[in-house]
Write a protein that binds this ligand. Structure first.
Ligand SMILES: [Zn+2]
Length: 435
């Protein structure tokens, strides 16, 4: 298993993920996705959207706003319950979760135990003020989850799209939680991106749909190349279930920090729509034309993190091997996820005919796939650089290319090389990568 430090270092060195505001010393477990990271994360989100929206007849999408009516968070229970009991040390000013204080830990100020306050409830929602007046009436929250935008739009979506139960709504977007202990790279951060589904079903069919979604979501990670032995399902114990949840199963990944949640799939019963019906006074039931009855739909919620999924795919793809006495690092990313699909490399950068041909091939590939041109080092170094960022194929233009009008295509994992006529490069690579 690769160490987290190795992944952090690769991400920094190769332009996947940088510490946020790094020139000012970084900021509070915030991270910025660099040129390759944004491509990788976009590919993860695109693969998710394709699987859960594009490929299904019973799903549609939504993009809700981050700021919502404050009543939403009263109805959802976040104002009252989304908090942890916290204690502060009067001496060193550190804050701890009341149930997680280590009695053996020495305070840097008292040199003995921390001088702790009584515990207080600390709400994890970020508060802000909307408009020019900073009074109580203008208080709003940055959403702590994307799910609520789907619940409050239930009728809008159902009516405009003429959907019958069962159907679901998918959404990708930022959410914010003022976590006390963020950390472990991008695993736990205060600002993060969710990929959430709320799937509405008739009461009585919820158990069956729950199981279907658990299976479908696990399969999604496997289809994108994640190793089976690095995934497991964990059933929540009765005492860790939210009071409204009937059952919850986590898909866990074997991260360098140990088995941890990648995605949670919960049966939330009819709690959410019931709450919003009560708080808004609007009827959020669905009229069943077959039975002539109004039913309050039950909700199955597969909730995944785009940042966690991206991190897990990076960890899973990381590989080191020795080839002809030389160590190489290779990211064996699935072809749909690799941030860069092809690199075109001229063997000699001081031969204008070779450079021109390489640049032309790169230009021909760009409309179909992410393609990089690179002539900044020797060919051996260029290959290693591309292996480290998971590029699927390298196209090398050499001196012979000028007479035989062919180039070498090298495959990332096997490092096998084939000679292909210049005019067949785009077709060959499209078949391999998009086909
Ligand atoms: Zn202290």
């Amino acid at each position: 298993m690769v160490e987290m430090e190795t992944i952090v270092s690769l991400c920094k060195r190769r332009g996947f993920i940088f510490p946020s505001s790094e020139i000012y010393g970084g900021f509070n477990s915030c991270w910025d996705y660099g040129p390759l990271g944004v491509e990788l994360k976009n590919n993860v989100k695109r693969a998710w959207w394709k699987a859960v929206v594009q490929m299904r007849d019973d799903m549609v999408g939504l993009d809700g706003s981050i700021l919502m009516h404050p009543k939403v968070w009263e109805a959802s229970g976040h104002v009252a319950n989304f908090s942890d009991p916290m204690v502060d040390c009067r001496a060193c000013k550190l804050r701890f979760r009341a149930d997680q204080v280590d009695p053996n830990e020495k305070c840097v100020e008292t040199k003995g135990p921390h001088d702790l306050t009584e515990s207080r409830q600390f709400n994890m929602m970020f508060r802000t003020h909307v408009g020019p007046v900073e009074d109580g009436a203008a208080v709003a929250y940055l959403r702590p989850e994307t799910a609520q935008a789907i619940f409050v739009n239930f009728s809008n979506v159902q009516n405009t799209m003429r959907k019958k139960l069962p159907f679901g709504v998918a959404q990708i977007g930022k959410a914010f939680r003022n976590e006390i202990t963020p950390g472990n790279f991008t695993f736990r951060t205060r600002e993060f991106e969710q990929m959430e589904i709320e799937f509405f079903v008739k009461p009585g069919t919820d158990d069956e749909w729950h199981q279907q979604w658990i299976d479908a979501r696990r399969q999604w990670y496997l289809d994108l190349g994640m190793k089976k032995e690095n995934l497991q399902l964990r059933e929540h114990e009765q005492d860790e279930l939210a009071h409204y949840a009937r059952r919850c199963v986590d898909i866990e990944y074997s991260f360098p920090i140990g088995w941890s949640e990648l995605e949670g799939i919960a049966n939330r019963t009819d709690f959410d729509l019931k709450q919003h019906t009560e708080f808004s006074g609007k009827d959020l039931t669905w009229f069943d034309p077959e039975t002539n009855e109004h039913v309050m739909p039950c909700v199955i919620e597969p909730s995944a993190g785009a940042d966690r999924a991206t991190l897990a795919f990076l960890v899973d793809a990381y590989d080191e091997e020795v080839v002809r006495d030389r160590q190489r690092v290779v990211l064996r990313l699935h072809k749909d996820l690799a941030p860069n699909k092809v690199a075109v490399l001229p063997l000699l950068r001081n031969r204008p005919e070779i450079v021109d041909l390489a640049r032309k091939i790169a230009g021909d590939l760009r409309p179909s796939m992410a393609c990089m041109y690179d002539d900044t080092a020797s060919i051996g170094k260029l290959y290693r650089r591309q292996d480290e960022i998971g590029t699927l194929y390298c196209v090398t233009v050499d001196v012979d290319s000028l007479t035989d009008h062919a180039v070498t295509i090298r495959e990332r994992d096997s490092m096998e090389q084939v000679r292909v006529p210049v005019e067949a490069v785009v077709r060959t690579l499209k078949e391999k990568i998009l086909g």
